[in-house]
Design a protein around this ligand. Structure first.
Ligand SMILES: Nc1ncnc2c1ncn2[C@@H]1O[C@H](COP(=O)(O)OP(=O)(O)OP(=O)(O)O)[C@@H](O)[C@H]1O
Ligand SMILES: [Mg+2]
Length: 311
């Protein structure tokens, strides 16, 4: 099994890798990418550079890492970022409890002391966290997802530079660990703050925008195949209209998918104002936004869409 997986990965990485092959890899996993994104993925794989995906929430950034891992049959190693994330949680940590235990045992046995001094800072006492795990040797290099980097702080970004440019981590008490083959690295950010240029410079950058109506319809078709085509068209048209309104938080693709599932669960065959009003909470997550759309605006949009997209 592991051998098959490795062969599959090698075949993909070694046969003439093309933009079309990258697009097919994503499509196979039901990810609908435009040409620009397929090109960015292709370049990241081909040049073995991290892919930096920035964009609005719910537009499929995290999903890219998941589908690449599935498509390449590689392990997905995920580092979820948060404020205060440090090296101990992201890269490695010394297992102090185990070191203490070893010291106590050695104290009891005079002869073991010298041996112990050398051995305390080696792999045996190291707890591997996601960044380090992603650099360790294995048949197929993993996909390393560094999710929502904008939630961390600048010192952590600075720490990442060594990992991203040389695919290595220096452990001062022990040695430098370098990946024999770089992992596929996907970094995402919701742009709640700007990420430092030094990080971006080491990556292929791509802005993930809301999809066009045609692409969003294709996503709904693939993700909610049981929804009727006519309803899906109306759903997509409605969401696309919502995105042109002045709302605090626009719905992402994930909301479109959830709304399709919700309407399917309600046995809807076409949009009507009542159902829209009652289910707006699936699409919009702020009361001010819901209040703006509920009622006359929803009725106007439904009427407009009915004229544009025949059910
Ligand atoms: N182009 C696409 N093709 C297929 N599915 C998509 C696409 N874009 C988004 N999705 C779906 O939308 C959902 C949300 O995607 P994802 O979690 O990757 O968004 P995100 O950009 O990481 O959002 P956030 O910033 O909130 O973390 C997933 O279920 C994913 O399957
Ligand atoms: Mg995400």
């Amino acid at each position: 099994m592991a051998r098959n997986v490795a062969i599959r990965y090698r075949r993909f990485m070694n046969t003439p890798l093309s933009i079309d092959a990258a697009a097919a890899l994503l499509a196979e996993q039901n990810y609908v990418a435009d040409r620009q994104l397929a090109t960015a993925v292709f370049l990241a794989l081909k040049l073995k550079r991290p892919l930096f995906l920035e964009g609005e929430p719910g537009t499929g950034k995290t999903e890219i890492a998941k589908v690449l891992a599935a498509g390449l049959a590689a392990e997905l190693i995920r580092l979820q970022c948060y404020e205060g994330l440090d090296v101990n949680a992201a890269a490695y940590e010394w297992n102090y409890a185990r070191q203490m235990l070893e010291i106590r045992l050695a104290e009891a046995k005079e002869t073991a002391r010298e041996q112990l001094a050398e051995g305390l800072f080696t792999g045996r006492f190291l707890i591997e966290r996601p960044l380090l795990r992603a650099l360790l040797p294995r048949a197929v290099p993993p996909v390393l997802l560094i999710d929502e980097l904008d939630r961390t702080d600048e010192p952590f970004e600075a720490y990442l530079l060594e990992v991203l440019s040389d695919f290595q981590i220096s452990i001062p008490e022990w040695k430098t660990i370098r990946a024999a083959e770089p992992p596929v690295v996907i970094i995402t950010s919701n742009r709640t703050r700007e990420i430092h240029d030094a990080v971006k410079r080491r990556c292929i950058y791509h802005w993930v925008d809301y999809p066009s109506a045609a692409r969003e319809l294709e996503i709904v078709r693939r993700k909610v195949p049981d929804a009727r085509e006519a309803l899906s068209r109306q759903i997509v048209a409605f969401v696309q209209h919502l995105r042109s309104l002045d709302l605090y938080k626009l719905p992402g693709v994930s909301e479109t998918i959830e709304w399709s599932r919700a309407l399917l669960a309600l046995d809807s065959v076409a949009l009507d104002a009542d159902t829209v009003n009652n289910t707006l909470g699936v699409l919009l997550k702020y009361q001010d936004d819901i209040a703006k759309v509920q009622g006359s605006e929803a009725a106007r949009l439904v009427e407009k869409i009915r004229r544009e997209v025949a059910a």
